[in-house]
Design a protein around this ligand. Structure first.
Ligand code: GLN
Length: 532
């Protein structure tokens, strides 16, 4: 039987609710418990797959092909588990399910209502996650801030879960901001008290407070919150500002939060089963070297659009004893030849991550060519592989105007093109090639030596593919197709010989990189950059 922890947020958004939830997961895993995590998102989109990266940041993809919120990336990196579509529930998903059922007549003539029909569907999502994962603990983060109209059905559902389970099987954690008044530096708990009341009016009495604040949350402040909000002082912890996000579980542990949670869930006698997270953080913090990686993309103004990529770069850097500085390079700026050398010459490595649409493509092609010709360690991901192939076709094979049909449907040389099964799709949502596909690595390739195995499983999110009509010519020109999906004969990895590290892949390795288990392609790239 699973136990449930629900994490809500109050006062303001953006105070690290996702990291808080993930850190609780990590602490409990370190106690030898199995953990599954999920996020409720109150928006009406079925998933964030159709949202602009500027609106929503990165779309994180699970192994079973769900397009999800970037908080799932934090969850996976912290708890080191592969999550599934059960981990991502939106209002849109819930309503579309209920409405489909209604159209089929599944409700036998009943009036379909938020309570119980929508709330039943939400509760099902939690119980199904528990059943399918078999985990000891299910941690559910409720997106948004308490008081939002959109989150009401979710709050009502978790209230019901609390009332239909044993008292010590359900725990509520509320994350809040305690602001500091400019000038007097006084810390104010009033917003916390209001948020507590707001939750109470939804029938939820929080068990634990996690507090963000610029000031020090002293015992006096804790006693005040304890008095007004009816929780013991030991149930109030501060989420201090830290150098590395991976320190948060340790900050919580130092304040006894893991012990308190175990006590409340009646799992008290659990011993710490591993210290390896703490050792990892120590190792990361002792990194002495520094390198600079240029990230060439079109959404560089919003760093969250590349969250898992930069996290994987940072983690691979730390694991190799180096702090990675990211140089954010707007791909369009490289379309002006004069900027090319100026913007790229001081970099230790260049990465071109995923992207959609034409803007900046020629700049990405120029970055790929620059890295190729100047022996700069290069790593292309998804669209980053497609631009490499465009560069090779244009500048090595001399096929002028070679392109992806995503950018120019009439190109004479469609090196990147749609597969037949993608041609007649007219809906945007959920129709990309998504999730895990197998890839076989070529004997003697750099990819094979980095992975150290023949077959790999990686996550995908793209529509266009390399066009095999160009394969022979490109091979003759020196390209090595080192990873192939044999089932559909699709190119998954391409690399170049006689280069420090020139690798590009059609899949998204960043989704599988973990701080305590660095992805081999990121590791190889960072090692090459350090070697430069
Ligand atoms: N736009 C490209 C495609 O759809 C690449 C997608 C990506 O980089 N995620 O195939």
């Amino acid at each position: 039987m699973a136990k449930y922890i629900f994490v809500t947020g109050g006062v303001v958004s953006g105070i690290g609710k996702g990291i808080t939830a993930a850190s609780i997961g990590r602490m409990l895993k370190d106690r030898g418990l199995t953990v599954f995590m999920q996020k409720f998102d109150p928006y009406l989109n079925i998933d964030p797959g159709t949202m602009s990266p500027y609106q929503h940041g990165e779309v994180f993809v699970t192994k079973d092909g769900a397009e999800t919120d970037l908080d799932l990336g934090h969850y996976e990196r912290f708890i080191d588990e592969e999550l599934t579509k059960r981990a991502s529930i939106t209002t849109g998903k819930v309503y579309s399910k209920v409405i489909n059922k209604e159209r089929k007549g599944d409700y036998n003539g009943e009036t379909v209502q938020v309570i119980p029909h929508i709330t039943d569907e939400i509760k099902n999502a939690v119980y199904k996650a528990a059943n399918e994962s078999g985990a000891d603990i299910i941690i559910t983060e409720i997106g948004g801030t308490v008081g939002d109209i959109e989150s009401l059905p979710f709050l009502e559902s978790i209230r019901q879960i609390h009332s239909e389970n044993k008292q010590d099987d359900v725990l509520f954690v509320h994350t809040v901001l305690v602001p500091q008044i400019p000038g007097s530096d006084e810390l104010k708990t009033k917003p916390t008290q209001h948020s507590f009341k707001e939750l109470m009016s939804n029938g939820i009495k929080t068990d634990i407070f996690v507090i963000r604040s610029d000031g020090e949350i002293t015992d006096q402040i804790k006693r005040k919150i304890s008095l007004f909000c009816d929780v013991p002082v030991e149930a109030i912890v501060q989420s201090k500002n830290v150098e590395l996000i991976y320190e948060v579980p340790l900050v919580f542990k130092d304040q006894g939060l893991d012990k308190y949670i175990l006590k409340k869930l009646n799992l008290e006698d659990r011993k710490l089963s591993t210290n390896s997270w703490e050792e990892m953080v120590e190792r990361f913090k002792s990194a002495k070297k520094e390198i600079t990686i240029g990230l060439v993309g079109k959404y560089v103004e919003l760093h969250d659009a590349y969250l898992s990529v930069i996290q994987a770069l940072f983690d691979a850097g730390y694991e190799n004893g180096a702090k990675v500085n990211i140089e954010w390079i707007n791909a369009e700026s490289l379309e002006d030849k004069e900027n090319l050398d100026k913007n790229l010459k001081n970099l230790d490595g260049i990465i071109v991550p995923g992207g959609f649409g034409s803007r900046g493509t020629d700049g990405m092609v120029a970055a790929s060519r620059y890295a190729r010709e100047n022996n700069v360690p290069f790593f292309g991901i998804c669209y980053g592989m497609q631009v490499v192939l465009i560069d090779l076709a244009r500048n090595v094979l001399g096929l002028e105007g070679a392109n992806s049909t995503e950018i120019n449907p009439d190109t004479k040389y469609p090196v990147i093109d749609l597969l037949e099964n993608q041609e007649n799709i007219d809906e945007l949502g959920g129709t990309l090639r998504l999730g895990n596909y197998e890839c076989t690595l070529k004997e003697g390739s750099r990819a094979k030596s980095l992975y150290g195995k023949d077959k790999i499983l990686e996550r995908h999110r793209h529509r266009y593919e390399f066009n095999n009509d160009f394969k022979e010519d490109l091979e003759k020109a020196g390209a090595i197709f080192s990873g192939i999906n044999e089932e559909n004969n699709l190119v998954e990895i391409i690399e170049l010989e006689n280069h420090k590290n020139f690798i590009a892949c059609q899949f998204h390795p960043e989704f599988k990189s973990r701080p305590n288990n660095i992805h081999p392609l990121f590791d190889g790239f960072i090692k090459a950059a350090l070697d430069k």
